[in-house]
Design a protein around this ligand. Sequence first.
Ligand code: ATP
Length: 234
Amino acid sequence: MLRLVDINTYYGPSHVLQDLSLEVEKGEIVCLLGANAAGKTTTMKTIFGLVRPNSGSILFEDKPVEKKATGEIVQSGLALVPESRRIFPRMSVKENLEMGAYIRSNRKEIDADLDHVCQIFPRLRERLKQYAGTMSGGEQQMLAMGRAIMSRPKMICMDEPSMGLSPKLVETVFDTILRIRDEGMTIFLVEQNASMALSLADRGYVLQTGKIVLSDSAKNLLTNDLVRQAYLGG
Ligand code: ATP
């Protein structure tokens, strides 16, 4: 469904992504693991046209998207849950969710999806009128996921959804990711929390200083020596 082929991305002279290739098939949960500064967020930004690769191609449903504007990429069915959520703090929860549907116009369908998101996240229904910026980190993460679902994507990319959350909330967020997948969503997940990510992913890639150094089933990665030493605490 999503394929990155030989991507090279620079920030000025700094060669951040080096010949990066990966793919996500329909219905899969695929995770990209890596330490601080490995290039995980840059990978996400490159997929969404927020940073342009110097070379390489990005195919979504077999169509090249690496030269498309971010809005067009979202229109084609990819949604991003960005790092640190990036919700709109001075807007209500409902307004934030509606912003997720900005590319759509059928009011009836938008209302039905709003209701669906509130079924997945009952906490959001209780807080629809509240300013989003006054919610807890976990609630804001749910809102960011709900906002992505509101664009009716075919695939969701999530940048470190567990960041800054308590272990209990991390579990809630990861349970929700499984639920969304069971409803038919394809998910690409970037995470530092390797044990949680591998516990729910089908496959994973390991990124070290901009290069993919390992790619395997999540089950095999959990027992891989390099992964255990570098990401699972030995
Ligand atoms: P983290 O988990 O800490 O967010 P990451 O794996 O997401 O790390 P990136 O944010 O992709 O890493 O950063 C990869 C490298 O690129 C880092 O060395 C970072 O300092 C550098 N970098 C990121 N953004 C920029 C930028 N806008 N300009 C210059 N260098 C940048």
